[in-house]
Design a protein around this ligand. Structure first.
Ligand code: ADP
Length: 366
């Protein structure tokens, strides 16, 4: 009987609970035992009651539950071989030989490393007499499947990550609230949104709310010129009778010389224009709350496919990441997706912004 562990790791995202629910129930449906690994990689490293077998009813009501009920954490120990050795021992102790990890590119990179380390970790556990060769015999190969849980929608080779549309919905709703008060008082608001190095939330929320100007890292404005451009655009809109001004600033906003652009700087420019300007940093409300229907569906379909991918996995299959392309659930080679994702950051660092945009658009691994 296959024993599958499921965990959520890295930043939380709405839809992680529906993903865990789908994995637990699909695993049971396919006659597997399934364990929840609590607190991300910490659960593997520490073991004990952080590894708990899950029953069908344990995930009841997970569909409408925000955050992640099995917890998530950033685990420094797992970055070290010692930590991964302890994780391997805890897995073997519980008979777990497959893992489904729902997290961002960091968590999934860690998963890949764990998988490639696995044979040598198992050997070390025999050499240091933690287990006998007979005990480890069934654990020659570790199966891992990745699900991408991230509000930032920052992973290549998939159209959307679990949580991104929920976060976008929340931001859009919040900006609508701001819009009402801004219009009443003829005020300007600078709204800072999350996204780390990815401008997806900034761009999409700006389009969804009809923002006057959007700052995202992939399309930075020209240093020394954007102040005037921002003023020109906002005054043009004012002249057309628009009472409110909304400017969206992505967390990673920069100019084309890679200088960070902060909400405060943008506010100062709008004040120079004579606008009564406020800053709203949306912060963690963007992660909170329940998942929108499309994220629940995505998480459910992908969770079910993750279990199938575990059952179909062979030692030669590159670690699969479950994605979605053109509304179809697809399996992509994880490390290719991570490599492409990182190449966007590299393109931005080398000021090749056209390439950054092109890479963000590219869906299939090269
Ligand atoms: P995210 O998964 O959201 O990108 P992080 O980058 O913080 O978040 O990664 C989450 C956890 O995954 C880390 O705390 C660490 O335990 C593990 N991890 C990340 N990168 C690596 C790595 N290169 N090697 C081993 N473990 C890693």
């Amino acid at each position: 009987r296959k024993k599958i562990g499921v965990m959520t790791s890295g930043g939380d995202a709405p839809g992680m609970n529906p993903a865990v629910r789908a994995v637990v129930r699909a695993a049971i449906y396919h006659d597997c035992d399934v364990f929840a690994v609590y607190e991300g990689y910490e659960g593997l490293v520490k073991g004990g009651d952080l590894l708990r077998q899950m029953d069908w009813n344990d995930v009841r009501s997970y569909l409408s539950l925000g955050g992640t009920a099995i917890g998530t954490a950033r685990c420094a120990e797992f970055r070290e071989r010692e930590g991964r050795l302890s994780a391997a021992a805890n897995m073997i102790r519980n008979g777990i030989d497959a893992l489904i990890v729902c997290g961002g590119d960091g968590s999934l990179t860690g998963a890949d490393l764990f998988r490639s380390d696995w044979p040598s970790l198992v050997q070390e556990l025999v050499d240091n007499k933690t287990f006998s060769p007979q005990e480890v015999a069934p654990y020659k190969h570790l199966t891992i499947v990745g699900l991408v849980g991230s509000i930032d929608n920052d992973m290549a080779c998939t159209d959307s990550t679990i949580g991104a549309y929920s976060s976008l919905e929340r931001i859009t709703e919040m900006v609508d609230y701001i819009d009402a008060t801004a219009t009443s008082h003829s005020r300007a608001f600078v709204v800072e949104v999350m996204g780390r190095h990815c401008g997806w939330l900034g761009l999409m929320s700006g389009l969804s709310t009809g923002a006057d100007y959007i700052f995202i890292p992939e399309r930075p404005p020209k240093a020394g010129e954007w102040h005037q451009e921002l003023k020109n655009i906002c005054s043009r809109h004012k002249a057309k009778g628009k009472r409110r001004t909304i400017v969206i600033v992505a967390e990673g906003a920069i100019d084309d010389q890679l200088n960070a652009i902060s909400a405060d700087q943008v506010k100062d420019v709008l004040v120079e224009l004579g606008l009564d300007t406020r800053i709203t940093t949306l912060g963690h409300v963007q992660r909170g709350g329940t998942a929108v229907a499309s994220d629940r569906l995505l998480a459910t379909l992908q969770g079910v496919d993750a279990v199938k991918a575990v059952l179909e996995n062979t030692p030669d299959t590159p670690l699969p990441m479950i994605g979605v392309l053109e509304n179809k659930i697809v399996r992509q080679p994880l490390m290719e997706a991570v490599r492409l994702t990182k190449s966007v950051a590299t393109a931005i660092e080398s000021k090749d912004f056209d390439k950054a945009m092109q890479l963000r658009d590219s869906t299939f691994a090269e």
